[in-house]
Design a protein around this ligand. Structure first.
Ligand code: MSP
Length: 528
């Protein structure tokens, strides 16, 4: 299990963050991808019984936002307020994102601390005044190296022309931190994941870092540099600090100590350099502990390119949830694309997995078992009187699935692998039912026959008890429905209170539980 930050009082939190998203437009599938992943990780750790803090938010300064607001004839603040309240927060609520906080970089709790942080660096001599000239991509809010540009001076990510900028800036002595960063990567092999992301950053830092321009003077939509109000702080420096300001940096030391350092910063691979090189160097410069892990997810692709505002599929997250439901949406992307790799969304693949994995393998299992307990035992869970090797194999299968899913999802962020382990167990239980054929055994009225029937149905229901808990972080509403259908709550308590560590203990759901056939978990899809 990953270590968590601890305080003198022993209070600690497993702290997970998403990038804070630019609010120049409404969230799309790509933003939701990272946010759902963070939510599943968060809920998994809660299910372990850990204290967790999950942060997301919005990045509201910089030229990109300023120009979008201008183009829409409103002030940048008005633009941000509208988008946050009408588009971003409602989508996260709709997708059942259980974040503990939502930070906006225009909030004083953030801007005041950003100024203090940068002032501290200035006082320490880490910041100096200089001049910078180079190609700048507004989409990335980043100076590019001329060698990185595509033909026609296009940004390689946005495929749009860069702007040539020349201005007097303040610079952070980033170049001085190369050796310390490399030493940190060396001593903490899990710091940047997956391995491809780690290798990319190690190469980059080995090539040598340049000092970083951390202020801009050609526009004013940003946090003013405290000692020179003609400049605003570069939007990325402002944005990265959200991870610290949101948990009390400079304002609530007890909270900061109990939460910082972050256990996992989830980021898209496009913004890895900022998180794995610049952010740690900023923290080193102010003597703060470094985050424990930076995990770079791959891109959702559209026609082989990163899905972005300009090349959207035309499909919004809500288009998919209205067809497939929120839980299937949460499931699909994490199940279909190995976390850390790029992947394409396909309506056909989503439909196929919905039908075969969710409706047939899982949904049918849950409804068949409840229906048979209803039919043969009046909905009262019977006792397993004659468990033998076939039942032992199921108990063993469950123990293996729990152990694998816990390591893969909770520690390795291998969501596809972990969900795969849970669904292998679902398949195993289906196979067990096909072999044991309780519908045939039911025809045998002898005491042995009835004992056998009871044992088979108990075994299936007890397996579903554990499956409900394992799927709760991924598909919260469906798991709750299953929990209710098993009549588990009066005996075992709330689903959220079940612990991963107890899951493989066989026989927790007691005979006598009232099993009811609830609504169909995954109804047949309407034609797309
Ligand atoms: N504001 C910065 C981040 C600052 S963090 C201190 C930013 N914002 S963004 O709105 O462009 O969102 C970037 C993040 O959204 C990516 O890092 C990634 O997590 C997610 N994604 C955006 N498009 C994506 C895909 N097409 N595929 C997967 N994730 C994507 O950069």
């Amino acid at each position: 299990m990953a270590a968590t930050g601890t305080t003198a009082s022993g209070e600690s939190a497993f702290y997970v963050t998403t990038p804070i998203y630019y609010v120049n437009d409404a969230p799309h599938l790509g933003h939701a991808y990272t946010t759902v992943a963070g939510d599943v990780l968060t809920r998994w750790h809660r299910q372990r019984g850990e204290k967790v803090w999950y942060l997301t938010g919005t990045d509201e300064h910089g030229q990109k936002i300023m120009r979008t607001a201008e183009a829409n004839g409103v002030s940048p603040q008005e633009w941000c307020d509208k988008l946050v309240e009408e588009a971003w927060k409602p989508l996260w609520e709709h997708l059942q994102i259980a974040n503990d906080d939502f930070i906006r970089t225009t909030e004083p709790r953030h801007t005041d601390r950003v100024q203090e942080f940068v002032q501290d660096l200035y006082d320490k001599g880490e910041i100096y005044k200089g001049e910078y000239e180079g190609p700048y991509c507004i989409g990335c809010e980043e100076y590019k190296s001329p060698g990185d540009l595509l033909e026609g001076d296009l940004c390689p990510i946005h495929k749009r022309p860069v702007e040539w900028l020349r201005e007097e800036n303040y610079f952070f002595r980033l170049s001085a931190y190369g050796p310390r960063l490399l030493e940190h990567y060396e001593q903490n092999p899990d710091f940047i994941q997956p391995a491809s992301a780690r290798n990319e950053i190690v190469q980059l830092v080995k090539q040598g870092l340049q000092d970083l321009s951390i202020s801009r003077s050609t526009f004013d939509w940003g946090v003013p540099v405290p000692w020179d109000s003609k400049h605003v702080i570069y939007v990325w420096i402002d944005a990265l600090l959200n991870y610290a300001t949101a948990v009390g940096y400079g304002s609530d030391q007890a909270k900061f100590d109990a939460t910082w350092p972050a256990n996992v910063h989830l980021v898209g691979k496009d913004i890895l350099r900022f998180h794995a090189a610049i952010w740690p160097a900023m923290l080193m410069a102010n003597n703060l502990p470094l985050p424990r892990k930076i995990f770079a997810n791959g891109w959702l692709l559209v026609s082989g390119e990163k899905m972005s505002k300009s090349n959207l599929t035309g499909i919004s997250p809500r288009d998919l949830t209205s067809h497939f439901g929120v839980d299937a949406y949460r499931y699909y992307f994490l199940r279909a694309i190995p976390f850390g790799q790029d992947g394409s969304f396909s309506w056909e693949d989503f439909s196929a997995r919905y039908t075969s994995e969710l409706a047939n393998d899982f949904g049918n299992l849950a409804s068949r078992v409840a229906a048979m307990i209803g039919k043969y035992f009046d909905g009262v869970l019977p006792e397993a009187k004659d468990a033998g090797p076939a039942e032992q194999a199921i108990a063993d299968g469950l123990a293996a699935a729990v152990a694998q899913a816990d390591t893969l999802i909770g520690d390795n962020l291998d969501f596809a692998g972990g969900i795969g382990a849970i669904f292998d167990f679902v398949k195993q239980v289906n196979g067990y039912l096909s072999e044991q054929a309780p519908w045939k055994v039911a025809k045998d009225d002898s005491a042995e026959g009835q004992a056998r029937l009871a044992t088979i149905l108990y075994t299936a229901a007890e397996s579903l008890r554990a499956i409900a808990v394992l799927l709760h972080p991924i598909m919260p509403t469906t798991a709750e429905k299953l929990w209710a259908s098993l009549g588990a709550e009066p005996h075992l308590g709330a689903l959220a209170d079940q612990r991963i560590a107890d899951l493989a203990t066989w026989g927790r759901l007691p005979a006598g539980a009232q099993v009811v056939k609830g609504e169909i978990l995954f109804p047949r899809l309407e034609n797309a």
